[in-house]
Design a protein around this ligand. Sequence first.
Ligand code: ZN
Ligand code: ZN
Length: 392
Amino acid sequence: MTEQQAGKASPEELAGVSFACSCGKQHTVDIKTFVVSTGIAPRVAAFAEANRAGKPVLLVSDNNTFAAQGGAVDAALRAAGIETVFWTYQTEGMLVPDEKAVGELLLAAPRGLGLIVAVGSGTLNDLCRIISDRTGVPYVIVCTAPSVDGYASTVSPLIIQGHKTTLEAVYPSAIFADPDVLRSAPALLLQAGFGDLLGKVTALSDWELARRLNQEYHCPTIEAMVRRALEACIAGAAGVAARDPETIVGLFDALALSGLAMGMIGNSRPASGAEHHLSHYWEMDALKNHQPHALHGNAVGSATVAIARTYELMRDLLPAGFVVPDSAAIRAWLKSAGSSVTPADLGIPRELFHRSMLEAMHVRPRFTILRFAADQGRLAEIAQKLTVEFYG
Ligand SMILES: [Zn+2]
Ligand SMILES: [Zn+2]
């Protein structure tokens, strides 16, 4: 595949590609298969049989995802005569991908394992990815919700000592999804996928700002992939709330594309900027206080409104010709998807929002509009202004 073809390819077509890019990097996708199809379980079993080297398979799920699809995958593995070991997280609320969850999974994995089959969404994928990386046992993900862009990436965001830490790990060997299962996911998970994608508006702005002001590495092909994912997301805003079948598959493909973009570069720069830093800050604050928190993508969606507003308030200091994100359009898209819109709608306390605007830039050493605003002596004023705008 050439660079031009890669810029336009679907996630299915990108599985297994490697090409020398004009940006100077060799972009490689070490995913063997990407299949979105109804009745996916027998195909998962066939892949497992061909890729487990005759060894047992570890089937990882939680109580919800086992009900949604784990049972069907288990039945298909058994029908294929594959020896299967189980690990099912029992969760009341939200599974936190911390040291405890990583340790439990590691202890559940016997020696001599041939393949890990994860059935679930973002958190289960992140946990299986890091175990796969550290044990050298390949993993596949059977996705139960179009909720995050992390399936196809190579990074694993975990909570280590209370801090959101993104570790570089491995691609899944294969990605499977059944459109009927994706469509049946809880509404909040569908909105989360939409919000995570919408965050690319400001993530791409931050990447562009870093390129223009700091000559940071940039790849036009990868940018085009993320932009394509974003356009598909925006086009499907109304279909998310209606669970339109085509929209949900389009959303899943777009999330996969965004994940692949990160994997092909080897870090999250193309898909994660200040809006992610705000959402990470909120999540870490909630974990520290033992409070529940919003799903990643829903938090990213509302944070994108705040960061787009930050861009608008910094307009006079941006480089000539810089395309400023439109916060009103982002609000409208979130609304039509049925998502919460502002950080206040999401339930972020006033004080936390104000503090996060001032401190979120320290979550990662990455150049964003928040850091630029701080460098220009504007951050305190913007944090105050947006707090009043969102909270009165
Ligand atoms: Zn490139
Ligand atoms: Zn994200």
